[in-house]
Design a protein around this ligand. Structure first.
Ligand code: SF4
Length: 114
């Protein structure tokens, strides 16, 4: 079975074709660097995503946050439900952990907010 993908690792967006046999990726073509091959192999077997969103801090200001690692794609909506209930207290610096271990990733602040 062949699967066509667009690599999302960098803005070039190479068109990839992954050949899958018995649930395993046996070849990848169309990538112009090794990161594209790795992306296709993961995307076809166990897709993962970085979550970027915002939280409302105590006092009402909106803070951009993200996961510091990728999480399983099927857990993104569950992660969003958890993140939506976070209301951190300012001040916060970029990189501060807002919550630990949400499906294997920490939720971190993306910018300073005082
Ligand atoms: S294959 Fe490499 S160059 Fe092409 S989009 Fe992916 S990361 Fe970028």
């Amino acid at each position: 079975m062949k699967r066509e993908l667009t690599c999302i690792v960098c803005p070039i967006g190479c068109s990839l074709v992954a050949e899958i046999e018995d649930g395993k990726v046996v070849s990848v073509s169309g990538n112009t660097c090794p990161r594209g091959k790795a992306y296709a192999e993961t995307e076809c077997v166990a897709p993962k995503r970085t979550v970027t969103t915002t939280v409302r801090c105590i006092g009402g200001r909106i803070l951009p946050v993200k996961t510091d690692r990728t999480i399983p794609k099927e857990k993104v909506f569950d992660a969003m439900k958890i993140i939506n209930n976070l209301h951190p207290v300012l001040p916060i610096s970029a990189g501060d952990i807002i919550m630990k271990d949400v499906f294997g990733s920490n939720i971190v602040a993306v910018k300073n907010m005082f």
